[in-house]
Design a protein around this ligand. Structure first.
Ligand SMILES: [Zn+2]
Ligand SMILES: [Zn+2]
Length: 851
């Protein structure tokens, strides 16, 4: 065994640290370890084993957690690539790749020292240092804490604080006085992998089943097959018949609950029965019940599958796309495909069929879906097709559930992985296919360290695994479309909807003209009103999109002109009427609804503009008979809410659905024949070079919700920019036209895909620090002119203050990614030299947002 190992720790350091491998430990590259770091214990990942003794004193690894690598060679390579490409600290990259937080328990313990015992002793016998404390109340607490510790070996911080009521500053003081010692006792638990389950044992029937007396029946249904063996193995003697008659009420309650549940219940559930813990222990000793550790099962969707897996007839373009994927997968070499299919062309069915053939061949497939795209319908479909071989990973999972899914995948029990962004790191082996649905979706970009883009990571993972990567979309990103045009990916088109259904007719409504004709600013145009009325009459369904949540987005004082802003961000607060408060959509700050202006005291406070909450209210007013629901982040808190609304729409229990972009993504509701867009071009006013692309994508996506059933659909786009090319091309379903125009613009402006881009953000809660640091870096960029790299800035970020931080930024552009990253690396070295903390300089490579 090599003597040393290099460990990547989840700290903002661009380096690994060397530790000594404990004797007799089995450590491998890719195993997780617990190591001492400063005054803490931290989990890390071994990146190398070697015998090169470092010059400084080396600490020893405290614990090796895995005897087989937690990160395979392939994933280690991928992590290093991410660290390099996105300039992210390697340990932080590995941490996001391993969703095993649930297995690492943070724990701080305290012990009493000799000095502490002495102080306690003296206090007991009168006038001591403890007694001379200036604050008698604090003195009492200290005495209590010492007393508590003196009777115990070591006590966890939480226990000590709740038992003695000692506040942190007194604890710190006692450490300074050396009365107590503090130690980081963080450790690993395997609790995350399993749950404790009570199982009813199949009792010999000679004396009659104990539950017969209760009128229950016990036929052993639903019990795991192991019981008898376990019973024998554990040498449990079958209890004598008379014992059964001696069962008390509590014991019967437990056995009854177990029988009703089919013989098995989670311990957690049994404890809700309000029966003393000893009762269960008695039943276990008596051989009635056994406690086992079981893998945590995962909840399944309650939505009816759409039957996408059931040998459905493919139209020719679907079949051609599927054949193309299969041929490339069989070649077992890297290949990329851009699958460009119009909305409603049946892309999901192709993905699932391709995954099915991969699984049939004994290999593994990953399907990445956008945060909002992991709909219950998708989950239901994949469960129907892949059964227990699927693992679904989404942001709604607890740490424990996530860890369990990770272990299932690693054990090879799940070979069809469906999940959001981080599922790209699923620990699969024999990977054949990665599919990225709606590859342009911004939820694939992680907006915190490490700031990776899951689509681009998926492409690299496919490369290192000799797998095939499929990027699917109705509105591919400029970058991916460009790559396909340059033949880096094969371009596969699906230009028609299933069953030759027509794409919806799109009509653009000029809101400037509407204003001239009606003389006032309407939220909903006359045309949209009329068409909704028509749909309601015909018992068809309609959707109305307004991509802004809340009631009013701006509150303004008419006397002094001040807007009500968040106290942490340079952002206007949004009025949420039903919650009766103002909210910041960036940091969550809340405040009461103002009656007076905070600056001048004036009563003339005006609520301006319309959000989805107000739109819903307006529609209720216009169409009191209609059944209306709203879908946005205020009404949808969980996947279950989402599921409920979509089910209701699907079942025809709703007439109108109002919402933000949440209603635009991927839902396949057949009754919707009208889509009204009352505000989707607001993004065009933002200072962001991707604004046109985003608007085009959103308009196309939402238009795609119309006419997916028998009746053709209609889309009405209300806009103040009727001539803008993104509106015009979306209205004509002209993808190629939009891409060509947008690519020309990007080329002139040296924006991606013609250039690599990075956003460097300098932030601090103190404005003078932000100014000083951005000045330091600005002068460094000036002094070191880097050939082939353009640097813009420093400039105040479009959102100057966010979550208490003042923000200044630089934008770097270069046709050479290598040159760009070289400059960024050198800049980080300079920042360190200038003592600018690493966490105050954010480097965002391939940034999606420059705000
Ligand atoms: Zn005012
Ligand atoms: Zn805020």
């Amino acid at each position: 065994m090599p003597e040393f190992c290099d460990v990547a720790l989840p700290v903002p350091l661009h380096m690994v640290l060397t530790y000594r491998v404990p004797e007799e430990a089995i450590a491998v590259v890719g195993s997780r370890v617990i190591v001492p770091f400063r005054r803490q214990r931290l989990p890390g990942v071994i990146t190398e084993l070697h015998d090169r003794a470092p010059k400084v004193k080396t600490k020893t690894v405290l614990q090796v957690l895995d005897e087989t690598p937690a990160l395979s060679e392939e994933l280690l390579w991928l992590g290093k690539w991410i660290s390099d490409y996105y300039l992210a600290p390697i340990g932080e990259v590995f941490r996001s790749m391993l969703p095993l937080n649930a297995e690492f328990r943070r724990a701080i313990v305290y012990r009493i020292s000799e000095e502490g015992r002495m102080a306690l002793h003296l206090a007991g016998s009168g006038g001591s240092s403890l007694r001379s404390h200036k604050n008698p109340e604090e003195q009492d607490i200290e005495y209590r804490a010492l007393n508590y510790l003196a009777m115990r070996d070591e006590v966890r911080e939480g226990t000590l604080r709740s038992a003695t009521g000692i506040p942190p500053q007194l604890l710190a003081g006692m450490i300074r006085k050396k009365w107590i010692e503090r130690e980081d006792a963080s450790h690993v638990t395997d609790a995350a992998r399993t749950r404790k389950v009570a199982v009813l044992l199949n009792r010999p029937s000679s004396g009659g089943c104990p539950l017969k007396a209760d009128g229950g029946s016990l036929d052993g249904r639903g019990r795991p097959p192991l019981h008898d063996q376990v019973n024998v193995a554990a040498g449990v003697k079958a209890p004598e018949a008379p014992l059964q008659s001696r069962l008390n009420a509590n014991q019967r309650l437990i056995l009854g609950a177990l029988t009703t549940a089919g013989g098995k219940l989670e311990l957690k559930t049994l404890r809700e029965l309000d029966v003393p813990r000893s009762t269960l222990a008695t039943l276990v000793r008596g051989g009635f019940v056994e406690l086992i550790n079981e893998s945590v099962p995962f909840s399944k969707s309650t939505v009816t599958p759409r039957g996408l897996g059931k040998g459905m007839e493919f139209h020719s373009a679907q079949q051609a796309a599927l054949d193309r994927i299969r041929v490339l997968v069989d070649a077992k070499k890297f290949a990329g495909i851009l699958l460009h299919g119009v909305t409603g062309s049946g892309k999901t069915a192709v993905y699932l069929a391709a995954m099915k053939s991969v699984l049939d061949a004994g290999r593994t497939a990953i399907l990445l879906v956008p945060e909002i795209g992991l709909t219950p319908a998708v989950a239901a479909d994949v469960h129907e097709i892949f059964g227990d071989e699927v693992a679904i990973l989404h942001s709604g999972l607890s740490d424990k559930e996530r860890a369990e899914q990770w272990h299932r995948i690693r054990r090879g029990e799940a070979r069809a992985i469906v999940g959001t962004r981080s599922a790209v790191f699923a620990p699969v082996s024999n990977l054949a296919l990665i599919i990225i649905d709606e590859e342009q979706d911004s939820s694939y970009k992680q907006e915190e360290t490490p700031r990776y883009h899951a689509r681009d990571v998926a492409v690299m993972r496919a490369k290192v695994s000799d797998a095939v990567v499929v990027l699917g979309s109705a509105t591919p990103s400029l970058e991916s479309y460009f790559n396909a045009k340059k033949h880096r990916y094969a371009l596969v088109e699906m230009p028609d909807r299933v069953e030759k259904r027509p794409l919806p007719v799109v009509e653009v409504i000029d809101m400037r003209q509407e204003f001239q004709e009606t003389g006032n600013e309407q939220v909903i145009s006359r045309k949209v009103m009329e068409e909704i009325r028509l749909r309601l009459e015909r018992k068809e369904q309609a959707m109305v999109l307004l991509n802004r949540r809340g009631y009013s987005p701006v509150v303004l004082c008419r006397t002094c002109g001040k807007k009500l802003e968040c106290s942490n961000c340079a952002i206007a607060l949004t009025h949420h009427k039903s919650r009766r408060r103002m909210e910041c959509h960036y940091c969550g700050f809340m405040s009461p609804v103002p009656k007076h202006c905070a600056s001048c005291g004036s009563e003339y406070v005006y609520f301006l503009g319309t959000g989805s909450e107000k739109l819903e209210e307006l529609l209720h007013g216009y169409f009191p008979q209609a059944r209306i629901a709203r879908l946005d982040r205020d009404t949808v808190r969980s996947h279950a809410d989402f599921e409920r609304v979509l089910n209701a729409l699907n079942a025809g229990e709703l007439d109108l659905l109002v919402g933000t972009q949440m209603i635009a993504k991927g839902h396949d509701i057949h009754g919707v024949t009208l889509v009204g867009v009352v505000g989707a071009d607001m993004a065009l006013g933002l200072p962001d070079f991707r604004a046109a692309e985003r608007t085009f994508q959103l308009l196309t996506q939402v238009a795609g919700r119309a006419g997916r059933g028998e009746i053709p659909g209609k889309v009405l786009l209300q806009t103040y920019f009727p001539d803008h090319y993104s509106v015009q091309y979306a209205a004509h379903h002209d993808f190629a036209g939009f891409y060509e125009k947008e690519l020309r613009f990007r080329s002139w402006m040296h924006y991606p895909p013609y250039s690599s881009l990075a956003n460097v953000m300098v932030r601090s809660t103190k404005l003078d620090e932000t100014l000083r640091w951005s000045g330091v870096l600005g002068r460094w960029f000036e002094r070191n002119r880097h050939e082939g790299v353009r640097v813009l800035g420093p400039a105040a970020a479009p959102i100057e203050r966010l979550k208490r931080d003042y923000r200044y930024h630089f934008i770097l552009k270069s046709p050479s990614r290598q040159k760009l990253n070289t400059v960024l690396r050198a800049m980080l070295v300079e920042a360190e030299k200038e003592k600018i903390p690493r966490t105050n300089v954010i480097v965002d490579v391939d940034a999606l947002w420059l705000m």
